[in-house]
Design a protein around this ligand. Structure first.
Ligand code: 13P
Ligand code: SF4
Length: 349
């Protein structure tokens, strides 16, 4: 079992043997049994910054999902190797926009005569070739902690944005943070694209993608928790649906959620709408604050959970024996253009 003290000891020993050659990054949605071995924990933005911060580390073990490990490979130097302990740790949202579908969408924008005034922005939660597409077409990457600044930048470059692949982050940022209206947005369904007229009318063209975990919180879950816990503060991630974010008190990235709880007074009540590993950890970290899960019917992110202690032990022990397993590599051309898009994000003020 993952809680086996023998496995904990094996991970500790392998990590010690690798010393400074190894750098372990852990996303906030990772299991406790894994996060205890992370040298740095963070949201997607912080982890992208940190990936590039240790050029002397030969191995970067990324405890997170595939698109994060790809971004780390893009941002690190050629001699560094990025390892994802379980190759099946993908992201259903990232899979909702394929390169061919995005190329086809761009052709439709060209036919509608608006491609040259449209800036593609992709959420970090996308494959490396989608990031490269954005780099090639004058666009950038964003995360949940800088989506507003990325959109402001995009509207300085052009008049419209194609926002990939999370419609909710795109809509929530445009409408709640930048004063656009719902009518300024059109949803792009790759299986049934909007008409050329609809595309021409929209300021924000929102890809029809979503997070299968955050998409399960509902406006009713917010009403319900407010009835059950009077005075509760509702704090949600911007991947939640627009009607959920509208009803919440606070919205932000995983790092923002942690900081908000840190600053909260003892005795205050919080209902959190994000992944369950993080919510459970917050409840342990802040026993003097009431932390509850916004909707108990919502479950863990199954792909984040694929990285468990047995997989981590296997990856670390293999590395300690000089065998590189589960390396994530992005080809040179994709790396070049994806890096352009990532660096535009990292350069945002
Ligand atoms: P952040 O950590 O950037 O808030 O992202 C959340 C997420 O869904 C990662 O998959
Ligand atoms: Fe993807 Fe959602 Fe899981 Fe994040 S929480 S990795 S967006 S499925």
């Amino acid at each position: 079992p993952a809680s086996d003290p023998g496995l904990v000891e094996r991970a500790r020993k392998a990590k010690e043997a690798l010393g400074d050659k190894l750098f372990v990054l852990g996303h906030h949605y990772q299991r406790d049994e894994v996060i205890q071995f992370a040298d740095v924990t963070g949201d997607s933005f912080k982890l992208a910054q940190q990936a590039a911060a240790r050029p002397e580390a030969e191995y970067i073990v990324f405890c997170g999902v595939h698109f994060m490990a790809e971004s780390a490979d893009i941002l690190t130097n050629d001699s560094q190797k990025v390892i994802l302990p379980d190759m099946a740790a993908g992201c259903s949202m990232a899979d909702m926009a394929t390169f061919d579908q995005v190329e086809e969408a761009w052709e439709l924008l060209e036919e509608a005569g608006i491609a040259d005034i449209t800036v593609p922005i992709t959420y970090m939660n996308s494959s490396a070739d989608i990031k490269a597409f954005c780099g090639r077409h004058g666009g950038a990457v964003c995360t949940s902690s800088n989506a507003k600044r990325a959109l402001e930048w995009a509207f300085e470059q052009g008049q419209k944005v194609l926002f990939l692949p999370d419609q909710h982050l795109g809509r929530n940022t445009a409408v709640l943070e930048m004063g656009m209206s719902l009518e300024d947005c059109v949803v792009y369904n790759p299986h049934r694209p909007p008409s050329a007229d609809e595309l021409r009318r929209a300021k924000m063209i929102l890809w029809k993608g979503h997070c299968s975990v955050h998409g399960r919180f509902t406006a009713e879950s917010v009403d319900d928790v407010r009835t059950r816990i009077p005075g509760v503060n509702v704090l949600v991630h911007p991947e939640c649906k627009h009607e959920v974010v509208l009803k919440a008190d606070y919205v932000g990235s995983t790092e923002y959620i942690i900081k908000k709880l840190e600053a909260a007074p003892a005795g205050s009540q919080w209902a959190i709408g994000t992944e369950l590993n993080l919510v459970k950890r917050l409840a342990q970290m802040f026993p003097d604050k009431g932390v509850s899960f916004l909707d108990k019917t919502v479950c863990y992110c199954s792909t984040m959970n694929r990285i468990d202690l047995p997989h981590l032990v296997w990856a670390l022990e293999s590395l300690a024996l000089g065998e590189v397993v589960n390396q994530i590599t992005v080809d040179a051309d994709t790396t070049h253009w994806a890096k352009v898009a990532l660096e535009r994000m990292l350069a945002l003020p």
